[in-house]
Design a protein around this ligand. Sequence first.
Ligand SMILES: *[C@@H]1O[C@H](CO)[C@@H](O)[C@H](O)[C@H]1NC(C)=O
Ligand SMILES: *[C@@H]1O[C@H](CO)[C@@H](O)[C@H](O)[C@H]1NC(C)=O
Length: 357
Amino acid sequence: MQRRNASGGGVAVLLTAIMALLPTGCDALLDVPHLTLSKSFSRALQDCMEYLQVPGYRYAEYAANSFPDDPETKCMLRCVGLNLRWWNDTTGMQTAVIEGFFHPDPLDELYENRTAECLRKELSHADTTDCCCLAYDSFRCYLQHYGNLVPCARFYPEDETRFVRAAQDCIEFLQIPHKLLKSYSAGSFPDAPETRCLLRCFFLRTGVFHVDTGFDVERLYTRDYEQPDERYLAPETEARLHKLRGSTGDQCTEVYLAYRDVLGELGRAYYEYDVLQAAAAKMTVCEVAVEPPAMTTTTTTTTTTTPTTTTACPSTTEFNYKELNCQNCGRLFISNNGRVSCCRCMKSSTPFGKFFF
Ligand SMILES: *[C@@H]1O[C@H](CO)[C@@H](O)[C@H](O)[C@H]1NC(C)=O
Ligand SMILES: *[C@@H]1O[C@H](CO)[C@@H](O)[C@H](O)[C@H]1NC(C)=O
C-alpha cells in the first residue's frame, strides 16, 4: 500500500498565516487546533525516557536511530509504541498507525514485502510473553525495511473516551435540542440540519475534516487502525469526495452526504453513530433545579418548607432550531428571582443562524 505524501502547500501557507497572527513569544506549535492528537516519534521517545527514567545521555544514540539490543531500550520502544498507539500488548503491531511514522523510498517497491517477511521471521521464534521484546523486534523490522523515520509530528488515534468527549463537546457547542438527543441516545439519527452540523463538528474536532481542505482520508485510515481499510486511500474515494466539495453550498450537508454515501461504511462502519449515541446518552439530563427566591424581607419570619422546583427544558415540536428561540425560552424560564434557568437556552439565535437552513 502506498501512502500519499501528506504534506500540502495549503497547510504550509495556513501555518505561516497562523504564526503571523500569534503574539510574539508564543510557540505556535503548542497552539493545538481542535482535539487532535499529534506527536513526533522523537517527542514520544523523550516522553518515555522520562516515564521510565532512562538516563538522558542515551538520547543521542536513539536520536541517531541506534536502538541497541538491551532491556532498557526494548521496554522504552514498547512505551513509545503504546504512547503513539502503534503497539498493543494483545494485538501487537498496529500497521495503520506505524506506517504514518515511516516514509518509504519512492523507488522501493518491496518495502512492504520485506517488512512483512521480517515480522514473520522475528515473531515466529519470539518469546510471546515478553512484550518489550516483541515491540522492539517489530519496530526494528519497520526501521530496517519499511523506510525512514519521519521527524515530524504525526496524527495518531484517539481512544474511545476521547471520541465520546469530543462528541459531547460538539453537542454542547451546537446546542443540539433535547428531543434530538433522546433520539440519538436511542440509536436513531434523523436527518435534521442539526444532525448534519453535529457530524461536521465531530469530524472537525477530531481533526479528520478541515474547513478549507475537506476530509483527511489518511487520518481517517489511521484513526480506524483497528480495522485498517485501504479504501480510504483509494483514488475513487478521493474522486467521490472531490465531487461533493462545495457542491451543496452548505458544509454541514456536504459532510453529511460524504458520510452517508462515501465514508460511513469504511473502516469501523458508522462508528460515528456509536460515538454520538454514547455521547447523547450522557447528555440527556436536562433539568435545572430552580432556587427559590432569596428571602430578603425581614417580615417573612414564618418557617416555610421551600420545595425545590424542577423545570424541564422546552420540548421542540420540530427539529428546527429557530423554533427554539430565546425570547420564548427566556420568558418561560425566568424565575421570580429573575434568574433564567434553562440549560439549553440560546441568548440569540443569530450567531447560529448560518448553520441551519
Ligand atoms: C489492545 O487491544 C485490545 C483488543 O482489541 C483492546 O481491548 C485493548 O483495549 C487494547 N489496549 C490498549 C492499551 O489500547
Ligand atoms: C509482495 O507481497 C505481495 C502480497 O503478499 C505479493 O502479491 C507480491 O507478489 C510480493 N512481491 C514480490 C516481488 O515478492
